[in-house]
Ligand binder design. Structure first.
Ligand SMILES: [Zn+2]
Length: 180
């Protein structure tokens, strides 16, 4: 009888891992709109002007989108072995920045010697910006800085940017069959 209990628990483990893997991503907490023109965009560093109306952005309004993008990208890489994920849902403006950032980091990883700005431009060529096309120049800067920070972080702790080994699921399955 204990044998059947083992089989049942293994099956449940498969099921829950399947559900979790389809949902596990780190989403953005950031939304921001310009107080002068009301355009949604995210200031990623100090000294920026609103890309639409030119309003100088006070330091207090600079968002943490760069750190968020790096953290979420590292999470994806550790779990899925890549930055882009297929089932990315956009709830906040920050989620769109993260998605654009993942594209740039994927290109950066495949082109280690390439200048950050060239990577940003390549990424933007692959992205359909739709209603955010007027943010294009601002996004070249955002993606360039993101690639720079990514390279610094990866050099400092390369292991943090490697995929975690997959659990040995086939082993457990074969083990049960052998026992029979
Ligand atoms: Zn504005």
């Amino acid at each position: 009888m204990p044998f059947y209990c083992v089989v049942l628990s293994v099956d449940l483990t498969y099921l829950f891992e399947g559900i979790n893997e389809a949902e596990m991503t780190l989403k953005s907490q950031i939304d921001y709109t310009c107080s002068q023109c009301n355009r949604a965009w995210l200031p990623h560093r100090s000294g920026l002007l609103c890309p639409i109306c030119g309003r100088p952005v006070p330091d207090a309004e600079v968002t943490g989108i760069l750190d968020e993008a790096l953290e979420s990208a590292r999470f994806n890489k550790r779990l899925y072995g890549k930055y882009d994920v297929e089932y990315w849902l956009t709830r906040r403006m920050g989620d769109r920045y993260l998605e654009w950032g993942f594209k740039a980091l994927q290109i950066a990883e495949a082109n280690a010697g390439r200048a950050p700005q060239a990577i940003a431009l390549s990424a933007l060529m692959e992205i359909n910006l739709e209603d955010a096309a007027d943010l294009r120049e601002h996004l070249v800067d955002f993606l360039s800085v993101l690639v720079e920070k990514f390279r610094v972080a990866k050099t400092a702790a390369p292991d943090d940017w490697e995929q975690m080994p997959a659990p040995e699921k086939p082993f457990f399955g074969r083990k049960i069959i052998d026992d029979v």
